[in-house]
Design a protein around this ligand. Structure first.
Ligand code: CP3
Length: 356
């Protein structure tokens, strides 16, 4: 394996010394880039991009050619697992993801087929291998999965949702059915992430995009406990290096204390949590990633640099010199001007140097 030329992302996740703050952007490969839209047109549609390893590799690398990013993230989707479980994933223009089948009853859960990541999602593992080799050690590659709770919401609702009506109905009326589904998903996610790690992913992130829609007790019972089970089941070392794990619960900044108890290395925060308070709370027990409002990128290079500096001042206010990774608080949107992320990324590297 080629030696890693830039490992500051992995070092910050493990709270080891760094030379400057590492930075990447959630959803950094995507529709805001004209070269991405051209590749998608060439592939035909989004899922064909994911399923062809040359296309998936190419779109993974696109943002790295434009910006000085410290990590690459596998180009895929969190909904590959439900698709492999036979739900039939498809995308309708402007409407987000949809499934032909939904999971609403105990019978539906019991009848889910067996899942084997290596054979059922071999296209994902092939993409990981192809991307790792194309990166040639430039930066580490992040693998990812959805959290069981977030995957369950899509499977039960049949797509995106604002109120999670069917999922919450199941949660309160038939909690044992939801637990059975979450348990199946946690086992599948462990298998999926371990297969990505074996194929070459050097860190993994669990996207709990909808954990923040839960009440406190339900978040612990239906989302966090299953992420804890995943963390406990992951391969934490590969190729002689630690493989850090990041949990990102959007809207989850108030749950840092129970999150730390999962044993994950790092926690992603959205922009609603004050970063200085979060760093003080965590107090060196884990790394923090985030949390610039993605809408900041609708501003000008000057306003983006100003907001980025304020974020960095918050990140280092408690005197800790590592354990922080700059990122957006959620994915970059399709409406961002591709000239703007450069102001964010370059400011992170240049301005943070004063803290080292
Ligand atoms: O970060 C990256 O660059 C890697 C790629 C990535 C995608 N999806 C590509 C994608 C990642 C990490 C994801 C994760 C994902 N997918 C999440 C969790 C992250 C989050 O945003 O909370 C979720 C909830 C999904 C499910 C999903 N996939 C949705 C809701 C959508 C529609 C998004 C929209 O804005 O319409 C997708 C499709 C999708 N996944 C696209 C991309 C680039 C857009 C598809 C297209 O090209 O039209």
């Amino acid at each position: 394996m080629t030696a890693l030329k830039n490992d500051r992302f992995l070092r910050a996740l493990l709270r080891e010394p760094v030379d400057t703050t590492p930075v990447w952007m959630m959803r950094q490969a995507g529709r805001y880039l004209p070269e991405y839209r051209a590749m998608r047109a060439q592939a035909g549609d989004f899922l064909s991009l994911c399923k062809n390893n040359d296309f998936a590799c190419e779109v993974t690398l696109q943002p790295l050619r434009r910006y000085d990013l410290d990590a690459a993230i596998l180009f895929s989707d969190i909904l590959t697992i439900p698709d492999a479980l036979g739900l039939g994933l498809y995308f309708e223009a402007g409407e987000g993801p949809k499934f032909h089948k939904t999971i609403r009853t105990e019978h539906d859960v019991v009848n889910l087929p067996n899942f084997n990541a290596k054979s059922d999602l071999d296209y994902v593992m092939n993409a990981v291998t192809t991307i790792r080799s194309a990166l040639g050690g430039q930066v580490p590659l992040i693998g990812f999965s959805g959290s069981p709770w977030t995957l369950a919401t899509y499977m039960i609702e049949g797509g995106s949702s604002k109120d999670f009506r069917y999922t919450k109905n199941m949660m309160y009326a038939q909690p044992e059915v939801l637990h059975a589904l979450l348990d199946r998903l946690a086992i599948a996610v462990i298998d999926y992430l371990n297969a990505q790690i074996e194929a070459g992913a050097q860190a993994v992130q669990i996207f709990d995009s909808w954990g923040g829609a839960l009440a406190h007790r339900e978040y612990i019972e239906f989302s966090l406990n299953y992420m804890q089970k995943i963390v406990a089941g992951l391969k934490r070392e590969h190729e002689g290096r630690k493989v850090p794990v990041i949990l990102f619960t959007k809207g989850g900044g108030q749950w840092l204390e129970p999150m730390i108890a999962t044993g994950a290395d790092a926690f992603g925060l959205d922009w609603t949590t004050p970063l200085n308070v979060a760093r003080q709370t965590v107090n060196g027990r884990a790394a923090i990633q985030g949390n610039l409002d993605p809408a900041t990128l609708y501003g000008t290079p000057a306003s983006i640099a100003k907001a980025t500096k304020a974020m960095l001042d918050d990140a280092y206010a408690n005197g800790e010199k590592t354990g922080y990774i700059a990122n957006l608080g959620h994915g970059i949107t399709q409406w961002v001007d591709p000239a703007n992320p450069k102001a964010f990324i370059d400011t992170v590297h240049e301005y943070s140097a004063k803290y080292f």
